[in-house]
Design a protein around this ligand. Sequence first.
Ligand SMILES: Cc1ncc(COP(=O)(O)O)c(C=O)c1O
Length: 412
Amino acid sequence: MPSFDFAPLLTAGLPAPAAKWTGFPRYNFTGGHNDADHVPVDRLLAAATAVLAREGRTLATYGLESGPLGYRPLRAFLAEKLARHAGISCNADEILMTSGSLQAIDLVNGILLARGDTVLIEQESYGGALSRLNRLGVNMVGIPLDREGLRMDALAAALDDLKRRGIRPKYIYTIPTVQNPTGAIMGEERRRELLRLAHDHGVPIFEDECYSDLIWDGRRPPALYALSESANVIHIGSFSKSIAPALRVGYIVARWDILSRMLALKTDAGSGALEQMVLAEFCKAHFSAHVPALTRALRGKLETLIDALAEQFGTAAEFDDPKGGIFLWVKLPDVVDTQKLAQAALSSGVSINPGAEWSTDKSRGRSRLRLCFAHPSHAAIREGVAALAEVCRREFGVPARIANVEQRAAAR
Ligand SMILES: Cc1ncc(COP(=O)(O)O)c(C=O)c1O
């Protein structure tokens, strides 16, 4: 019997079909994967055993007898941690647990955005946020960044320009603490200026923070949410980068009048309960010791990546040395189209994120790429960068082998 044809029944406007997964490439520098050696497996096991023995029967209810915002002990941990770490003063009932912070992004977008709306966004930004805004048909105004993140002169000019045109943007989306992909950390003074500008123009701020635990020296400025005097900030975060992305646990912090609108849109009857229970049990006892061990390992991998790039690409690869996170944002010579490089590199087992997918300005992203260094081993980082350089040389003539040989000789 011929198989049933669903095609004529599919609703209009669907995204292109997903590709079948064929396994990770050998040298995987894409996505936001974490260091496998630092998933605290033994402690997660012990936490799971303890919490299930004590409270396993509550799995019989939707929401674990904690209500629709998520497992209360985890929200209580977060309220305490956000106060200590980010200066945020909120209570557990101003936190909504979500299925990863991607769901948090969907909920924020869900209550604020309609086709044709305008948002302000960092010119280089998280691909998952950019693709969502594209799909929603929202106009993005990209604001250039410098080493401290969003440039205030450019933001002020964009806000003034929109005002002149009678457009009120729905939000300013920012990743102020270890920006994805650039790694920039916005200083406190600039945060205050951003809040002032946003307030004066009647625009809320959407603060996305999932890398703020991963700062080498552990020091960070207060969150925008903490500094806002007019409560015009929605803050989201995640356990994906501090513990493990496969857990799919994120959260939103917002005033109840806004949070309640997002909660009404969250019609999945609650995010995965077991993950929340295990995290709460683990985090109470071990979060503060776990994070510095993880960041030390990440810093070590970043150093390996920087050394490998210097050795293989020489001056052809330009980058800043980020103060935290899991990514390096790299500029290659203008002749390199990283979209093409990414395709060609795959056949050598190397995957990279081409810059155009992480940029509102495709031409600026064209010769840039993002490398995630958290997951590959030190050896894989070295081998993967060498393989990437080989492909880049073959396809684009850079880095010129001779330049590297000379550079290495000079370094000796
Ligand atoms: C800035 C930013 N926001 C949100 C996410 C989504 O993460 P998750 O859904 O795993 O919490 C990511 C993932 O890489 C990210 O970089």
